[in-house]
Design a protein around this ligand. Sequence first.
Ligand SMILES: Cc1ncc(COP(=O)(O)O)c(C=O)c1O
Length: 447
Amino acid sequence: MRMFEGMTEEQAREQVLSMVSAYCDAYHKPQTAFRQGTRIPYAARVYDSREMVNLADSALEFWLTAGRYAARFEKRFAEYLSVGHCALVNSGSSANLLAFMALTSPLLGERRINRGDEVITVAAGFPTTVAPIIQYGAVPVFVDVTIPQYNMDASRLEDALSPKTKAVVAAHTLGNPFDIKAVKAFCDKYNLWLIEDNCDALGSEYTLDGKSKLTGTFGDIGTSSFYPPHHMTMGEGGAAYTDNALLSKIMFSIRDWGRDCVCASGQDNLCGHRFDRRHGELPFGYDHKYVYSHFGYNLKATDMQAAIGVAQLEKLPSFLERRRHNFDRLKAALASARNKLILPEPCANADPSWFGFLLTCKDGADRAKIVPFIESKGIQTRMLFAGNLIRQPCFDRMRGSGEGYRVAGDLRNTDRIMNDTFWVGVYPGMTDEMADHMAKTIIEAVR
Ligand SMILES: Cc1ncc(COP(=O)(O)O)c(C=O)c1O
C-alpha cells in the first residue's frame, strides 16, 4: 500500500507497467545467438515488452472477459484484412467451427447446409478444418492435393460435385494459397459457399483479376489461429471474418451462446427494444438479452488474449517479411538436395506468407531415417499434420462402415504426404545462421 502512497490509480498503474516493461527487457531477452547444439524449434513466440505491458494492463483492469482490447483487436484486424466484420474467438479450431456452423443457420434459407449435405475438402491437413463438418452430420468429400503445392487439386472439383454439394472448405497449406481462381470460379458456378481456413496463411497474398488481396478474404468466411507457432499469437486465440453482414450477424450470435442480442458484455439495451418485441412463442416483451436465435456456443476470447494480440498485430508486417526471407534463404541453400527432396513451390498468382518449409522425400530418400537424424541435430520437424486424415484413428469407425464421408477419385498424393513429407520452421525469430545450419544438416541427412 505504501508503495503507491499519494498516487492516483493511473499513476500507480503506470508505475507497475513500467516495472513490467523493465522485467521483460531483463528476463525475456530473445535468443538470437546461435551455437552448435542450440535447438532450433519449428516455431516460437516472438515478443517483447509491448505484449507483456498490454497483458499486464488488461490484468490490472481485471475486466477478464472480452472488453476494450477485444473490440480494438477486432476492429484493427478487420482493417488489416480489409474486411467488414471480424469475430475474435478462443482458437483457430473455434474459428473453423464458427465459420462452418454459421453456414447451417436457418437464416440462410435454401443455401443453409443441412445434415447429409456434402462439403468438398481435403484429407491432407489439420483435423479441425474438417471436424465441424462431421460433428454437424454433413458429409466431407475428399479430393487429392498436388505436390509440391500441397493444396487441393482444383481439377478434381467437378468430379467431387453432387446434387448435395453445398460448400468447399479448405486451408491454404502452410501459407501457400490454393488455386483461388479455380476454386472460386467453381463455387460461383454452382452457388457454393467457400470457407478459407487461413490459420497458417496470415499475410499471404493472391492476385485475382489483376488485384492482389490477402488470403482469407476471397471466400465467404476466413479463419485465423493465434496459437503460439502461428504468424502472430495471443497464446490461444483465433478469428473468423467476412464481408457478408448476414454471415457476420450469425457468427456473433453463434459465438455468444446463440443469442439474438448484440450488446457487448456488460452492456444493456443498445437497440432500445429490450422489452418491447415478440420473439418466437415467448411472452411479449421478454428480455431480448435472453432471446436465442441459434443453438450457439461460447467461443469468446478473454481481453488478456486480445491485449497481446493488439501488440502482435503491430509487428505483423515485420514478422511476415522475416518469414519470407527465411523461406527464400532455406530454399536457395537446399537447391543441391533437389535430387533427393522435393522443395515447396508457391501456387500460381500467389505470394505466400509461409508457415513452414515442406519437404517430400524422393528417389530412395527415406523420411524414417532423415527426420530422426535432423531431430538428433537439434532441428525440430513436423509432419503435415494428419497426413491422410482418413487413415487416423478418429476415422476408424467411419472408415470401417464407409459411411459419413466420400472420396472423389484417389488420394495418391495425400498418401504420399503421409509417408514421405515433413517440414521445418521459418518463424521470424530464426536467424540466417540458424537457417544455414538447418540447410546444412538437411543436406547431410539426405546424403
Ligand atoms: C490449418 C489449421 N487450421 C486450424 C488450426 C487450429 O488452430 P488452433 O490450434 O488455434 O485451434 C490449425 C492449427 O495449427 C491449423 O494448422
